[in-house]
Design a binder for this molecule. Structure first.
Ligand SMILES: [Zn+2]
Length: 277
C-alpha cells in the first residue's frame, strides 16, 4: 500500500502539473468510488467547471482544493495511483478525470487494479469533517522529537501497532514502520510504555530519515505503485528488512523473520532488535 513517501511523490507531481486546471468531466466504471459523495451523477454535475486551487497531502490522502469551496479527497489504498499518460494496462483504470486549462486538455488516469481506492468529494468543510480525514494524527515530517515523545506517552501497546495507527501519526504504514524499528533496534512487539525515552527518540529520528530518504528515491515499489509518469520507486532496492524474510540481516547475518502484530506482518531481525516488555 502506498505510504507517506509514495503519496508525497504523487502529490508533488500533481502539484507541478495541475494547478489552475478545470474539471470538464469524469469517467468511471466503478460506482462504489462515489458512494460517499452522493453517486457518480451527482459528482459529475457538481465537479464540472471547478478549478484546482491547491493540492496537498494529508497522511496517505491527496486533497484537491477546488473553487467555490469544494474539495476532492483521494486515498490510494492498496493499489491506486495516478498516471498522466494512458497506461498499457487499460483494464486497471477505473476512473479518469478530464481536465483543461485554456486550450490545453489533459486526462488524469486513476489506475487501481484492486478498486479499493477511496474518493470523497463535496463542500470542503464537510469533506474535512469526515472521520477518515478529521481523525488523522499529525504528519511525522511536521512534528518535533519532543512532540513525538509526548504523543507516544499517551499510547500504550505494541510499538508496531501504534506506529500503524493513523490517528497516532498519519502516513506511516508497514514498510516504513518495519524499517524504522530495525534501524532503531527495537523489536516490533515491544510495549511503548517500556521503551526508554532515548530509544523512542532514536526511533523517531530514524523514522523521519527513512521517510525523507524514500521521498528522494520516489517511494517504494514492491508491486503496483508507480509515480505519475509510470516509473517505479527506488527505495525497494535499498530496504533493510521489509519483504526480506529469510534473507540475512545486514548487521549480524541472522535470518530476517516475520511476526504478526495486530493484523499486520512485521519484518525484523531477531538478534539486533531488542524487545522491551
Ligand atoms: Zn541482525
Amino acid at each position: 500500500m502506498p505510504e507517506l513517501p509514495e503519496v508525497e511523490t504523487i502529490t508533488q507531481d500533481l502539484k507541478k502539473r495541475l494547478k489552475g486546471f478545470i474539471f470538464v468531466s469524469i469517467w468511471s466504471d466503478w460506482s462504489k468510488y462515489f458512494s460517499l459523495s452522493g453517486g457518480l451523477a451527482t459528482v459529475q454535475r457538481s465537479i464540472k467547471n471547478k478549478k484546482i486551487i491547491k493540492i496537498e497531502r494529508r497522511g496517505k490522502n491527496i486533497l484537491f482544493y477546488l473553487s467555490s469551496g469544494y474539495m476532492l479527497a483521494i486515498h490510494l489504498k492498496m493499489t491506486g495511483h495516478f498516471l498522466f499518460n494512458e497506461p498499457e494496462r487499460k483494464s486497471f483504470v477505473h476512473l479518469i478525470f478530464n481536465i483543461k486549462k485554456g486550450k490545453k486538455h489533459l486526462k488524469l488516469y486513476f489506475s487501481d487494479v484492486r478498486k479499493f481506492g477511496r474518493v470523497i468529494f463535496g463542500e470542503k468543510s464537510k469533506v474535512l469533517a469526515r472521520p477518515e480525514i478529521k481523525k488523522l494524527g499529525p504528519d511525522p515530517l511536521e512534528i518535533t522529537t519532543r512532540d513525538f515523545l509526548q504523543l507516544i506517552a499517551k499510547r500504550k501497546g505494541k510499538i508496531k501497532t501504534v506506529l500503524l495507527n493513523q490517528e497516532f501519526l498519519a502516513g506511516v504504514g508497514n514498510i516504513y514502520s518495519d524499517e524504522a524499528l530495525y534501524m532503531a533496534k527495537i523489536h516490533p512487539l515491544s510495549l511503548t510504555e517500556k521503551i526508554p525515552d532515548n530509544n523512542l527518540k532514536i526511533l523517531f529520528i530514524k523514522l523521519v530519515s527513512v521517510l525523507e530518504r524514500s521521498i528522494k528515491l520516489r517511494g517504494t515499489t514492491r508491486q503496483d505503485y508507480r509515480d505519475t509518469s509510470g516509473k517505479k520507486g527506488d527505495y525497494f532496492n535499498q530496504r533493510l528488512v521489509y519483504a526480506r524474510k529469510g534473507e540475512k540481516c545486514k548487521l549480524c547475518s541472522s535470518r530476517i523473520k516475520t511476526i504478526t502484530a495486530g493484523s499486520r506482518t512485521a519484518h525484523f531481525c531477531p538478534k539486533c532488535q531488542r524487545i522491551y516488555r
